[in-house]
Design a protein around this ligand. Structure first.
Ligand code: PMP
Ligand code: GLN
Length: 389
């Protein structure tokens, strides 16, 4: 039999699936894979449930239901002053993952270069490679995950087609500042590159920080695409409803890729999400403040067990430095040990790197959990980590 596509045949299972399975096997508290352990607003679920019974349940329009495209456009104007035409400049997808795939397939040609920032979310590079393009990773520097100037400069070339950004960032919890966005944008403009920004954690930003879509910076709208996800914004990760906004010429071509990836997304879920995007500002504020309290609770618990934690400005995640806490193991072995022996699952940060020699002393914990779950995890860490080592 002939060899299968080596890009996929050679891939392992995602670290999130691996760690969730290990957590289940050992009955560990799962702070690995990023998902809330409480579902989002009942009124959103009720709107979707009603639409499931009452319909429509047939193919919705390829670009998304009009009511959801309008809700995305209204959301982008309300929060960022961005003005998108809901008919030609918004596209609904099956999660941010499909939005990323559709955008990368539509915008890239073989041989194009894509500037990315590592550590980064695990689906980026496999999709870029399958598009025939070449990732150009810039490695951020912990603990504040700053962008090194010389490496940023070196990542761009006349072949740079696109910059793929993620803010707030997974796994680092970093929120890019205006200055950082401008440093990236200046090069993108100089090389006439597109800016694709994964903003799935846009509403999960903590005190002292603000999410800024790169599309909202002067002069960048025409080369920028933003991606959002109802999974994160409404704590409904299983729904897989995502959306893109950008200039009509780009969204039009991304729609061509989308029509042959999934074509459409379940209409009742779209109706639920349209309802959610229309919720009052108070919903979005309480989402962030509630999560910030849980960040602080988990960070306090990790520190009580001897971990040093890195700053977290947004997202679901905190990184902890494992050096000197428990056994001296590289991060992936440490996570397996922590899950099996201490009963708490985390994710190794090295899984988010594509270049050789990633840091091996950082593990990522997820805090979008109930206080009871966080307390159960930190109690196990406190009582077991030193005796088990
Ligand atoms: N981008 C980032 C940075 C993520 O963390 C996630 C979460 N899984 C996604 C994209 C995918 O989002 P979705 O579940 O909407 O496909
Ligand atoms: N985004 C989630 C995380 O980073 C996981 C998504 C997935 O399991 N594919 O943990």
């Amino acid at each position: 039999m002939k060899a299968l596509n080596p890009r996929f045949a050679g891939l392992g299972t995602t670290i999130f699936t691996v760690m969730s399975a290990l957590a289940a096997e050992h009955r560990a508290v799962n702070l690995g894979q990023g998902f809330p352990d409480e579902d989002g607003p009942e009124e959103i679920r009720a709107a979707a449930a009603r639409a499931l019974i009452e319909g429509p349940n047939q193919y919705p329009p390829m670009t998304g239901l009009a009511v959801l495209r309008q809700a995305v456009a209204d959301h982008d104007r309300r929060f960022y002053g961005l003005d998108y035409d809901p008919v030609r400049e918004v596209l609904v997808t099956s999660g941010a993952t499909e939005a990323l795939a559709a955008a990368l397939f539509a915008l890239l040609s073989p041989g194009d270069e894509v500037v990315v920032f590592e550590p980064m979310y695990d689906c980026y590079v496999p999709i870029i490679l399958q598009a025939g393009a070449v990732p150009k990773p810039v490695r951020l520097t912990p603990p504040d995950w700053s962008i090194p100037e010389a490496e940023l400069e070196a990542a761009f070339s006349p072949r740079t087609k696109l910059v793929l950004l993620n803010t707030p960032m997974n796994p680092t919890g970093k929120v890019l500042t205006r200055d950082e966005l401008e440093r990236i944008a200046r090069r993108a403009v100089a090389h006439d590159a597109y800016l694709l920004c994964d903003e799935v954690y846009e509403h999960l930003v903590f005190s002292g920080h603000r999410h800024l879509p790169i599309a909202s910076l002067p002069g960048l709208r025409e080369r920028s695409i933003r991606i959002g996800s109802a999974g994160k914004t409404f704590s409904l990760t299983g729904w897989k409803v995502g959306y893109l906004s950008g200039p009509a010429e780009l969204i039009g071509v991304i729609g061509k890729a989308h029509q042959f990836l999934t074509f459409t997304t379940p209409p009742n879920l779209q109706i639920g999400v349209a309802h959610g995007l229309g919720l009052a500002d108070a919903y979005f504020e309480s989402l962030a403040t509630g999560l910030e309290q849980r960040r602080d609770r988990l960070v306090a618990g990790l520190r009580a067990s001897g971990f040093t934690t890195l700053p977290v400005e947004g997202s679901y995640f905190v990184s902890a430095d494992i050096r000197g806490v428990g056994p001296a193991l590289p991060d992936d072995d440490y996570c397996r040990w922590l899950t099996a022996t201490v009963g708490v699952a985390a994710v190794p940060v090295s899984a988010f790197y594509v270049q050789p020699d990633p840091p091996r002393h950082l593990i990522r914990f997820c805090f979008c959990k109930t206080e009871a779950t966080i307390d159960a995890a930190t109690e196990r860490l406190r009582s077991r980590i030193h005796s088990a080592a």
